[in-house]
Design a binder for this molecule. Structure first.
Ligand SMILES: Cc1cc2nc3c(=O)[nH]c(=O)nc-3n(C[C@H](O)[C@H](O)[C@H](O)COP(=O)(O)OP(=O)(O)OC[C@H]3O[C@@H](n4cnc5c(N)ncnc54)[C@H](O)[C@@H]3O)c2cc1C
Length: 459
């Protein structure tokens, strides 16, 4: 039996960040992980997918370089070597987290945890190693989420893959059907299309990215089309046949029903919380209407000494939300830090072509909430640096309130994922466009898109 101050179930972005914060502040922490430390983000999510994004961008930029007078020729893509490179990055990251945990004195247990009560849990290792009971003052649930399945499509990670199977591919399929046009589906479709795969996305809703404004969705769809990705919206897929070479599906679209064959199918319909077997019922933990763990403003569950962080709490399911949740909970347990007056701004990024990044309000949200706003777009086509990069698609859209305070921003274009941090800071700190326009932005850079827009909005 072990006794501790805090037991954390799950060593993903949320779990390991919290463990490090608490251990560095002197708390006794046990971190339990049934897989490798690092969680979805490091092992089968953000990092591996971004390695793929980078690899596919090299191919894409190579192909497009003839626009500017450089003919590179057909690229030779060795997926086995790309996989080795990607695994090397993952290993490095995992070892880094393990090293940090060791240094901070976090007791990492490699086993599967289940709650027995609100202050005790059991960790199962293997048949040879006896279970360990842990008595703890606080529990933090950080078990994350797993890809959701689609009825009728059983994921075998060979012919019908989740993102996990796709990120382990050793060969580029000639064709791929993607069921679901959500963020992961769009990102991985973009990657595979750039690598030369013939991609068709089948989305049941009438449009993709329902949380975006129409101008943004239009630009993303234009980008998909330019990559040769076929998008079928308002369409339902049904599995009709599968062998070791092909998967055939029937696609029911608004106007017609069509049979299609693909070498692989990717299921990209979102994620569900990892709750199975963790014993939430033993601790009286309530779920919300979507089946995620319900938390209060301090991320406490309905059991007062048990907190929940990250994907297990539901959308947005993002690594930076999970780690920020962890830092918030660590502060609550340590009794330090200033109480937040408002929920933090959580930016999100989508590595499509062009990239999409957003923070704060969208126009549709402002309209729906009856918030008075003004919005302006500044197009990358007007920016010298973007033209010099041969990246003229997209825009920076900023939303301001009647006092000029920035309340939302969406960037669609080159390096949107890096550019969004400046505006996230501005929204968090209640800055106005006047204040941003008074800050010198280096020339020539893409950040001038934000500055130019702020300048026009403050005129
Ligand atoms: C393909 C893909 C791409 C993504 N790209 C991005 C991106 O670009 N940016 C971004 O912000 N987010 C991205 N995400 C999402 C991101 O990975 C998650 O939001 C993040 O990992 C959530 O962290 P977490 O700590 O909540 O859970 P996780 O990282 O999932 O960690 C949970 C851990 O708990 C462990 N666990 C579960 N049950 C038990 C148990 N009973 N006992 C012990 N251990 C247990 C699991 O093994 C896992 O390691 C991506 C996800 C995927 C799948």
């Amino acid at each position: 039996m072990k006794q501790t101050d805090v037991a954390i179930i799950g060593a993903g972005s949320g779990g390991y960040t919290t463990a490090l914060e608490l251990a560095k502040a002197g708390k006794k922490v046990i971190l339990i992980e049934k897989d490798r430390v690092g969680g979805a983000c490091l092992i089968r999510g953000c990092i591996p997918s971004k390695a793929f994004v980078h690899a596919s961008n090299i191919v894409h930029k190579g192909k497009r370089s003839s626009d500017i007078g450089i003919d590179i020729g057909e690229p030779v893509i060795d997926m086995v070597r790309i996989q080795e490179w990607k695994e090397g990055i993952v290993d490095k990251m995992v070892k880094g987290i393990e090293g940090q945990c060791k240094k901070a004195g976090v007791d990492v247990l490699h086993g599967t945890a289940r709650l027995v009560s609100d202050k005790s849990l059991v960790v199962k290792f293997s048949d040879e190693i006896p279970d360990e009971e842990i008595i703890t003052e606080y529990v933090i649930l950080a078990t994350g989420a797993s890809p959701r399945e689609v009825p009728g499509f059983e994921i075998d990670e060979k012919m019908i893959m989740s993102s996990t199977g796709l990120l382990d591919l050793k060969e580029i399929p000639s064709s791929m059907g993607v069921i679901g046009g959500g963020v992961i589906g769009l990102e991985l479709s973009t990657v595979m299309a750039k690598l030369g795969c013939d991609v068709t996305i089948i989305e049941i809703l009438d449009d993709i990215l329902p949380f975006s404004d129409d101008d943004v969705t239009r630009t993303i769809k234009k980008g998909l089309k330019a990559l040769g990705i076929k998008l079928l919206t308002g369409s339902r897929a049904k599995l009709t046949g599968i062998d070791e070479n092909n998967v055939s599906i029937e696609v029911q679209s608004p106007k017609e029903s069509e049979t299609m064959e693909f070498q692989k199918i990717l299921i990209g319909v979102g994620s569900q919380p990892n709750l199975e077997g963790i014993g939430i019922e033993k601790a009286g933990i309530q779920l919300d209407k979507d089946g995620f763990v319900k938390t209060d403003g301090k991320l406490r569950t309905s059991s007062s000494n048990i907190f929940a962080i990250g994907d297990i709490r539901g959308n947005p399911m993002l690594a930076h939300k999970a780690s920020m949740d962890g830092i918030r909970v660590a502060k609550t347990i340590l009794g330090v830090g200033v109480e937040r007056q408002k929920e933090p701004i959580i930016p999100y990024v989508l590595f499509t072509e062009p990239e999409l990044a957003s923070a704060g309000l969208h126009e549709w949200e402002a309209k729906e909430k009856g918030i008075e706003y003004q919005a302006k777009r500044y197009y990358f086509a007007a920016l010298g640096k973007a033209l010099a990069m041969n990246e003229k698609d997209g825009f920076v859209k900023i939303l301001i309130d009647p006092q000029g305070k920035i309340i939302g921003c969406t960037i669609i274009g080159p390096e949107a994922s890096n550019l969004i941090s400046e505006v996230t800071l501005a929204i968090e700190k209640d800055l106005t466009v006047k204040e941003i326009s008074n800050i010198i932005h280096p020339h020539p850079t893409l950040s001038e898109g934000i500055w130019e827009n702020a300048r026009h909005l403050s005129e």
